[in-house]
Design a protein around this ligand. Structure first.
Ligand code: ZN
Length: 365
């Protein structure tokens, strides 16, 4: 395991590491408010530049005082550059937009009478993230599928490096223009691409290190087609970056994957899985006291499916070892009932449990 700094100092406070950041893609973690997040022990969230530029839109975010003021969240915010949407929208379906060395153009509202066009360049992504008041800004990158052709990966790496250079330049220019100091500036991270190629990952990591960023991210989907973590590749990328730099495993969010990546030396994680699972009734359960499981191995947690009929009359909590609001106050039977009648309270309570689980896991790692 690599040596990592215990905390990162950011404009909106100190971020203790390791940290799991829930995705607050459109400016919220679905079904929770900011007080709920604090009570779950959430230390920071990830919001998404691409989605926010559409809704509510940059000028509205500015009018509402920036992302922190708008969402009532006073702890750090990392903003995702929009690079993953280049992959998930445009690369998966070219009718949704186009990519060139200049940046990406997204077409939305396809088939409607007035489709909208959004352009995202490396410079624009930095401008938006700085205007939003983000604590960690991520450079726009060109994300690919891990199994894409070598030529595609090569092009993506070349573009990602070129965009990172332009992003850094724009970042320096804006810090200067807006009067940020080394004490109150947001940090800037770059994302290492290269798909399944060790050679390209190495080139990308070296070139990005030469440009110098505050931290780095592992880019691209971290799982293979069978849903297994790409352990060799993740370990290799960790080895390419000096352990003094924080490394973010972008999109790594399941309890097993987070634990495995932490052991490799990754210290930042984010993803929608714990909150999405919660809304679908898949709850995370510690099988023993998390404080007494320093050697987390196979049998330390389980999934609980709240729709199972066996919970109908259960007066037990989700977990005897969880200190969340739900486990302290409500039974499985009541939660099952809330899910059965599709009340929004079901989503809120289940999400609170899963996020508290992830944060207890972080506190004990
Ligand atoms: Zn709980």
């Amino acid at each position: 395991m690599g040596k990592t700094t215990a905390v990162i100092q950011l404009p909106h406070g100190t971020l203790p590491l390791p940290a799991f950041l829930p995705d607050a893609t459109k400016g919220l973690v679905r079904s929770l408010d900011s007080r709920d997040l604090e009570n779950c022990g959430v230390k920071a969230v990830v919001m998404n530049t691409y989605h926010l530029m559409q809704n509510p839109g940059s000028s509205t975010i500015r009018a509402l005082g920036g992302l922190h003021h708008m969402s009532g969240w006073q702890r750090p915010i990392i903003t995702d550059s929009g690079g993953f949407q280049i992959y998930s929208l445009i690369r998966q379906n070219p009718s949704y937009g186009s990519i060139s060395s200049k940046g990406a153009t997204f077409f939305t509202g396809e088939g409607k009478s007035s489709p909208k066009k959004y352009h995202l360049s490396p410079e624009k992504s930095i401008q938006l993230q700085l205007n939003y008041g983000s604590d960690i800004i991520i450079c726009l990158d060109d994300c690919t599928h891990v199994d894409a052709r070598f030529s595609t990966q090569e092009e993506s790496v070349r573009r990602t490096i070129g965009w990172a250079k332009r992003s850094k330049k724009e970042y320096i220019r804006l810090l200067d223009q807006k009067g940020f100091s080394s004490q109150n500036r947001p940090l800037i991270f770059a994302v290492i691409q290269g798909g399944g190629s060790f050679e390209l990952r190495k080139i990308c990591a070296q070139e990005l290190s030469d440009i110098e960023f505050d931290g780095y991210g592992y880019g691209g989907w971290p799982l293979d087609n069978q849903g297994h973590l790409l352990v060799d590749l993740l370990e290799y990328v960790r080895s390419l970056i000096p352990s003094t730099y924080p490394l973010h495993a972008l999109g790594v969010a399941s309890p097993e994957a987070v634990t495995a990546c932490f052991r490799m030396g990754y210290i930042l994680f984010d993803g929608a899985m714990p909150t999405r699972d919660a809304r679908h009734g898949r709850l995370y359960v510690f099988k023993s006291n998390p404080a007494s499981i320093p050697n987390i191995d196979n049998d330390w947690f389980s999934y609980l499916y709240i729709f199972d009929d066996k919970h109908i009359k259960s007066s037990s909590p989700i977990s005897l070892f969880c200190d969340c609001l739900v486990c302290q106050n409500y039974s499985l039977g009541y939660l099952h009932h809330l899910f059965k009648i599709s009340d929004s309270l079901a989503h809120r309570l289940a999400t609170i449990n899963n996020l508290r689980f992830m944060n207890q896991l972080m506190e004990n790692l």
